[in-house]
Ligand binder design. Structure first.
Ligand code: ARG
Length: 497
């Protein structure tokens, strides 16, 4: 491409020529290239090119006829696909070359008043927005599944643990809601990040703006960006929107890892029966049914935290304004978000299709004197200072034989005589003590706001449903806005082609 006949050679100042002739052929050629990685932003780049040239025509910067030819060439490039792009340093250069080879030197006007720096920043934001919306709608669906489990398993008593030791009885619904609640915040964090993803860096050019009379609000409108990333140096340099999103994704993955771990432990105790679709077996041990899907969810946490780590390390200490390091930033975010999106779907699917064996779970909820706190609470409600009540029950627990789960009324009475110097019946009726020792009653007692009692759970479900509906509407509105921008862009493009 170095001879005088090359159509690009006449385009004064055209980077393509400079890059090809002097800088494109050495041993580092493939090291420099991001073309393969850039498949991820191929569609985004075409959208960004179209919005940019439409704006150039509207502003009278490039003649409408030339813009029409560029837009027609972009259609062909799109139809041919990313794989058809010739070798190049990146997708931006390769698409520009493909346009020039179709249009001739006039095609080089596409790159007027911009740089690959603002271009790639726009592409990343455009694509990340799509991925964030996909993750958000998966999250909303997953939360819906958890709420369905909560509605169905409101009365299914199960053991609750602290330090992996039997602690207090709760219900499957209360457990499922605890994760719905966490995913609610994960959704909120992503929606917050979305606001800062969805800003337009175009018009920043390399970093220092441009003498052309560009309309940054117009390209924002044509690309569905909600606002303009104001300062041109910041606009081309920053990737903090990637950090914010990947951080939200890593937090989400951490939430999922706990859910996965819970289910793995429950499965090992027979407290949950996973659907075959979410299980795997052993190639040698015929009896095995393993919770591999949840183990993979747990393991994939590393994809997200590695992504965040990789990204922050990539960005640390980069001077203003643009450095090539940035070419390696996006991949961390893509890995994290892809991995987590699949994990959300699988984790929620495994929980939603699982069977919760009531008998086993309620028997397990009686193990290890898990109702002890309820008995102490009962005494405290009768006026015994909680610390003293704690002592009575702790002593009864210490007196238990190895094969006993909980003390009976008589055993508690004996300790009460000792510690309180009074008979237990002075404080609580036998009947009430026996109820407190029953895991189902123990759960029903704890009807404080946010607690596991079925009535409290019903309240939580309806509160969670409201938030879910609001989140779903927000995600739909954001997706609609993106679609409208696509329609608007297509309408504008069709005026020229
Ligand atoms: N491919 C680059 C990236 O992904 C954009 C190119 C900017 N290159 C440059 N030398 N200014 O960041």
């Amino acid at each position: 491409m170095s001879d005088g006949e090359d159509p690009t050679a006449n385009a004064d100042g055209d980077e393509t020529v400079v890059r090809r002739d002097r800088f494109a052929g050495g041993p580092a050629r493939s090291f420099l290239s991001s073309l393969a990685d850039d498949e991820r932003i191929f569609a985004a780049d075409l959208a960004v090119d179209r919005a940019h040239v439409v704006m150039l025509a509207e502003q009278g910067i490039v003649e409408a006829e030339t813009v029409g030819e560029i837009l027609a060439a972009l259609d062909e490039v799109e139809a041919a696909g990313h794989a058809a792009l010739s070798d190049g340093e990146d997708v931006h250069e390769a698409i520009e070359s493909a346009v020039i080879s179709r249009v001739g030197p006039e095609g080089g006007k596409m790159h007027t008043a911009r740089s690959r720096n603002d271009e790639v920043a726009a592409c990343i934001r455009y694509r990340l927005r799509e991925d964030a919306l996909a993750l958000l709608s998966t999250l909303v669906g997953a939360r819906e599944q958890l709420l369905a489990v909560a509605r169905e398993e409101r009365e299914t008593v199960m053991p609750g643990y602290t330090h992996l030791q039997p602690a207090q009885p709760t219900t499957v619904a209360h457990w499922a809601l605890s994760y719905e609640q966490a995913l609610q915040r994960d959704t909120g964090r992503l929606l917050d990040a979305y606001e800062r993803i969805n800003q337009n860096p175009l018009g920043a050019a390399a970093f220092a703006g441009t003498p052309f009379d560009v309309d940054r609000e117009r390209t924002a409108e044509l690309l569905g960006f909600d606002s303009v990333a104001e300062n041109s140096m910041d606009a081309s340099a920053t990737r903090d929107f990637l950090v914010e999103t990947t951080s939200a994704v890593a937090t989400l993955a951490t939430t999922l890892s706990s859910l996965a771990e819970d289910v793995v432990v429950m499965a090992s105790k027979g407290h949950v029966e996973l659907d075959d679709d979410y299980s795997s077996t052993s190639s040698i041990m015929p009896q095995k049914k393993n919770p591999d899907t949840l183990e993979l969810v747990r393991g994939r946490t590393g994809d997200a935290t590695a992504g965040l780590n990789g990204l922050l390390t990539n960005l640390k200490g980069q001077p203003r304004a643009y450095n090539r390091d940035l070419q390696r930033a996006g991949r961390h975010a893509w890995d994290a978000i892809d991995s987590a999106t699949e994990s959300v779907e699988v984790a929620a699917g495994a929980v939603a299709t699982a069977d919760w064996p009531e008998g086993t779970l309620s028997a397990a909820a009686s193990e290890g004197f898990a109702t002890a706190t309820g008995v102490a609470d009962l005494l405290a409600m009768a006026g015994v200072p909680f610390r003293t009540a704690h002592e009575v029950v702790a002593e009864a627990a210490a007196d238990l034989d190895a094969d006993e789960d909980a003390p009976d009324y008589e055993a508690l009475s004996a300790v009460a005589d000792d510690v309180l110097g009074d008979s237990l019946s002075q404080f609580v009726e036998r009947d009430a003590v026996e109820r407190a020792l029953d895991p189902t009653e123990s759960v029903a007692m704890r009807d404080s706001r946010g607690g596991p009692a079925p009535a409290a759970v019903a309240e939580q479900v309806s509160g969670a449903k409201e938030v879910l509906t609001a989140h779903r509407e927000t995600v739909e509105a954001r997706s609609d806005a993106v679609e409208h921008a696509t329609d608007r862009r297509e309408t504008e493009v069709s005026r020229y082609v």
